[in-house]
Design a protein around this ligand. Sequence first.
Ligand code: ADP
Ligand code: MG
Length: 339
Amino acid sequence: MSASEAARGPTSTGASVSALPGPGGPDLPLPRVHRGKVRELYDAGDGFLLMVASDRVSAFDVVLPQPIPRKGEVLTLLTAWWMKKLGGVVPHHLVSARPEEILERLPQLADVPRADWARRSLLVRRTRPLPIECVVRGYLAGSAWAEYRKSGTLAGETLPAGLTQSQKLPVPIFSPATKATEGHDENITFQEVCRRVGTARAERLRKLSHQIYAFGRDTASARGILLADTKFEFGELEGGELLLIDEVLTPDSSRYWPKEGWRPGGTPPSLDKQPIRDWLDALPDWDRSPPPPDLTPGVVDATTKRYREVFMRLTGVELSKYEPPSFDSPSRSPSGSRA
Ligand SMILES: Nc1ncnc2c1ncn2[C@@H]1O[C@H](COP(=O)(O)OP(=O)(O)O)[C@@H](O)[C@H]1O
Ligand SMILES: [Mg+2]
């Protein structure tokens, strides 16, 4: 059985994933405008997009052959949960996460199996995405730790000497990266962001990113979770209005550590695809280039559990019981802004 066939077979959870967009993804009866590592974007007409999160999982920038059941649902509904809370912090792209509202706008979905789109789709406003990954870091981990260890800097700025891995930074740091269409994102300096999008826009991106990070950090902290770092994307409407887009504060875009597992000087376990990374790291002969190995049912199950756990810990609601919130329709507010 090939890897992609395996991806469509039953998992050890007993749930058949045949209808879910595993590697490959479903074809919705809408014009597809983008296919990312995890999400598919469809044109929903009138300046809207349908952003559909698959159950695909990537590690070390390679999409793995097995889907992670419920992962797309977690990413989608957690983004909706955060965007509802962020309404007063930053204007964002989300119009609806509710299947019934989405169906009203896109009646052609009535004939599509609900598992292919419901609770994994967001109706959003179509923007022109800015080509910058707006990363904010509160702790020294991942590529930031690598840069610091090598040159004592983060995003090109010098940090105090003697910091250890996973240590809390004196203040959160905006550490942008390019949005690579192929391969790895590359960390860049703030000056480079200014060069790419203009100084005024760059300053606004940095300010908003800090505000969203602080909100996310404080919210997660109250639930016993540290937000080590996270990545935002922004896009512009025709008139130039800047919106927070994409997913936000999900385990795929953020490094979340349970407080009880954190201590400086090592790598704390994180609330995401950690079981996959650990398992891949322990494989003797995969060099991190495609094709990736097949995940075992045990690793798939552990990862599903991890995603459901972070959803539950943050929202306080079990995934299956969660009903997405409603948002103001942008057509009802005069400027289209919900800030
Ligand atoms: N409101 C929006 N308008 C336009 N593009 C968006 C919007 N929200 C998200 N996107 C884009 O949709 C894509 C999401 O798919 P994803 O699988 O995360 O892709 P990637 O592999 O590029 O991260 C990203 O390229 C993101 O920039
Ligand atoms: Mg993405």
